[in-house]
Ligand binder design. Structure first.
Ligand code: ZLV
Ligand code: CA
Ligand code: ZN
Length: 387
């Protein structure tokens, strides 16, 4: 079966550089850049590459990264290596440690995933693409002057800064299981970006410990950023129907009230069931329904990856979400193509949609009443925008 067709006047662009796939955070570190190799293999095995514009991306320049990060932090990232790091007095200051280790080629890694996000943003700005995808991006924890949570440079913040040159209002939506704290913090005081993160929240026991419902922007109502940060804190074990329902109940009025001209969607795969670090019970189809809902709003979309620590499921999810962006998801066979290079990784079932919630690792601790209280809380915040 070949012949996934492109709809006329609608372009999906796919931005990647296979060099990012070869970096290693270290033996026992959960972040595995080779999950991107698996993802691309599935995308190609399904023949989706014929339905998109493919771009080989470049590394971001230092000047581009300095639009958000400080010169001294970029200097540090550029000079530090596993060999000289013990001579470096400021490792703690830049939050280097077990989560964010120094590994060979760190600066190249960060500038590559960041360059791909900037390329993707520019394709949207010049309207050569309606949906631009960078699965290597979405590193939402990095701060202006420090690394955090496996993230060194914040490609999302830098991409949004690009979009703001052409777009009056950017809506950022983050469905990674972790709070999108770096993006929220960067745009805390502006009304030109609305940030909305869905995440597991447990102040003292789950990283990064920020993002309660009550955290909605600066408290001073005269600050333009007031009410422009939105957070949807969840407990363990949320399931498909509840999550998708909640997502729609919240995203729809956000778009209605804020009227963004472009959407940035971080699709972290660690919100799936069976993720090594996650604690939700979502299946691939449910995660994809959130992407589909955003796509149907008919606004330009920048699509990023993010977390995702069970590589076979990351690849399944992002290949499936690529098909949703193209609009060909109905045409995908559930059975993975027999010629998929790394088919062994998807054994024994070899399917795109293995059940990820059945073994119920996490009991659902989100009552209906709790979910309604979140919807109500968000609607209350949005009411401030109308006035
Ligand atoms: O998916 O880490 O819990 C975007 C993203 O959102 C912590 N870090 C912090 C707080 C104290 N540390 C623990 C230090 C652990 C160091 C190594 C691991 C190693 C093996 C297995 C799991 C972890 C780990 N680290 C699990 N959770 C953490 C978090 C950081 C989560 C970042 C999520 C990034 C890409
Ligand atoms: Ca999130
Ligand atoms: Zn995450």
């Amino acid at each position: 079966k070949n012949g996934i067709v492109r709809p006329k006047g609608y372009t999906v662009s796919f931005h990647a550089n296979s060099s990012v796939e070869k970096f290693h955070f270290g033996q026992s570190h959960p972040m595995k850049p080779w999950r991107l190799t698996l993802t691309k293999q599935l995308v190609m095995a399904y023949g989706m590459h014929t339905a998109m514009d493919l771009y080989l991306t470049r590394a971001a320049t230092r000047e581009e990264m300095a639009e958000f990060h400080t010169e001294d932090y970029l200097d540090f990232l550029k000079r530090v290596t596993p060999n000289n790091m013990l001579l470096e007095p400021r490792l703690a200051q830049y939050n280097i440690g077990d989560d964010c280790p120094i590994f060979d080629g760190l600066y190249d890694y960060a500038s590559l995933y960041t360059g791909a996000s900037l390329d993707a943003a520019r394709k949207l700005c010049n309207e050569q693409s309606q949906v631009a995808i960078n699965w290597s991006g979405g590193l939402h924890h990095a701060k202006k002057t420090e690394a955090s949570g496996f993230c060194y440079t914040n490609d999302i913040v830098l991409a949004i800064l690009q979009l703001l040159r052409y777009h009056p209002r950017v809506l950022y939506i983050d469905i990674d299981v972790h709070h999108g704290d770096g993006v929220e913090q960067a745009f805390w005081s502006t009304d030109r970006v609305m940030t909305l993160s869905f995440h597991k929240y447990d102040k003292d026991n789950f990283f990064p410990g920020t993002g309660p419902l009550s955290s909605t922007g600066p408290e001073n109502p005269l600050n333009p950023g007031a009410h422009h940060a939105l957070n949807v804190p969840l407990h363990d074990g949320i399931e498909d129907e509840d999550y998708v329902w909640l997502f729609k109940q919240i995203v729809e009025p956000c778009v209605g009230a804020y009227q963004p001209s472009v959407i940035v969607l971080q699709c972290g795969a660690d919100s799936l069931g069976c993720d090594r670090l996650g604690c939700f019970n979502l299946n691939i189809r449910a995660h994809g329904r959130c992407v589909d809902f955003v796509k149907r709003l008919n606004l330009p979309i920048l699509v990023f990856g993010g977390g995702g620590y069970t590589p076979r499921n990351v690849a399944r999810l992002w290949a499936y979400e690529t098909s949703i962006c193209i609009g060909c998801s109905e045409q995908l066979d559930e059975k993975l193509p027999a010629h998929t290079p790394a088919l062994a990784h998807f054994a024994p079932d070899n399917t795109l949609f293995p059940p990820l919630s059945e073994h119920g690792r996490f009991e659902n601790k989100n009552s209906r009443q709790y979910l309604w209280s979140l919807v109500e809380g968000i609607h209350k915040q949005l009411a401030y925008l109308e006035s």
